[in-house]
Design a binder for this molecule. Sequence first.
Ligand code: FRU
Length: 522
Amino acid sequence: MKYSAIIILLLFCLGCRQEKVQIKKEDRVEVQNYNEPHRPQFHFTPPSKWMNDPNGMFYYDGEYHLSYQYYPDSTVWGPMHWGHAISKDLVHWDHLPIALYPDSLGLIFSGSTVVDLNNTSGFGSEKNPPMVAAFTHHDLEGEKEGTNDFQKQSIAYSTDKGRSWTKYARNPVIPNLQKIKDFRDPKVVWHEESKKWIMSLAVYDKVQFYSSTNLKDWNFISEFGIEGDDRLWECPDLFPIVVEDEGVTKWVLIVSIQKKAPNGGTATSYFVGDFDGKEFKSNHVKQKWLDWGTDNYAFVTWDNIPKDDGRRIGIGWMSNWQYAQIVPTEVWRSAMTLPRELVLYRDGDDFKLRSSPIKEMESLRESVIPIEPLVIKDTAKIKGAFDPLQCELKLLIDPKKTTASKFGMELSNELGERLIITFDKESDSLTVDRTESSKNKFSDAFYNEVHTAPLTLGETNLDLTIFLDASSIEIFADDGVLNFTNIFFPTEKFSNLSLFSIDGELILEEGKIYPLKNIWTD
Ligand code: FRU
């Protein structure tokens, strides 16, 4: 009797556990044509059709949620919905049905979701805390009629772990009384000291902050901008982060910039400073760039990552508004970057962010192909049984022993299309040249410029982690001090990978290639 009771209890608990993480078969949306040329094999893409910004990201009960700007009827931007996917490891994703549809108040633009653990909103209970999504309602009709208040902030909630969403009956929660056309992308964070929710909102060339005790009633508290910057700001994200090795908490404000990023078009930037529950004060005047490549936009971070994990993890849209809608893909358009862990570190009197691919990516490593230490004069082809467009590379270079003034890596195919990554010791820089990466030049903005970033190639070894996936390269130099993300679309896959040196020798101390599994079929 006793034993059978224990067994029943055990089975019941097992059942509960399963219930927690189960995704009902009928809820799953199948990925279409994941073998389409250019389709990433280990990056998040929508099941099909158009995607832009990541939205509404939260962790709850063993599941990471990722929503995104989604137009399910076309491969170009259109009436925005929130697509939705979940993952247990941030690597493998299951697509769920659309979370939020446009309604009489408008399209569903970017925003965020928080887990309301204390049920401050009253939408759930303390036992079953609600998830509350804040987003921008964009009234297309109002915009067409020439009004100025067509963007407003609204909320929706879920009490079933994000499986279904109910829009709040009294939306919008922040009407656009200032009548500012660009008034959007609410990102909400809990401020423990004042026990309030803080919302950051992109308001043309500034961020405005609002506070609330219940996620429904919001008060304007302050705004932040920088003198002389009249570019459009989008997708802000304010969050606390502990300085590495110091234990001091600083606040980071991420802002995406819609124009004239370092390598053209759109990119994600950040400020480091302090936030007292009312005002954000930056420690520096000019923004810093989170990623120097052209293809990491609208990067924002997950809410409610457990304290014992403690990481600040974010993801960006791996494209650029300059050409996002015309890149040569058919069934789907746009991928996300790899999820990245942000670390705040001290650099003299300054604080900076490092970002690295999350450690969970290691689970995709199929095998390891070591590259023996090499002295490269001119070029050396990297041989081995691996696909150069589905792998992770680790290279350790000694710049002191390297006599070459420039060195780097080239990906190419038999058609002569190539992508060249160059490290220049004289100008202390990294360049990524995709100008000859395809004979099908679908956009001037995409092919005209060589992209560059400052990178000190000094005394210490240069350590590189590079992820290549069908149509993207993500470079993490020196443990993520420099990030560089670019996309490319060769007409035939790049099948050759070589290292090169100019005017001297390149000394490769160590190298490793990890062929990676895909995330859709295993
Ligand atoms: C950024 C953005 C957001 C907006 C969304 C619309 O890429 O312009 O500001 O909410 O895209 O899809």
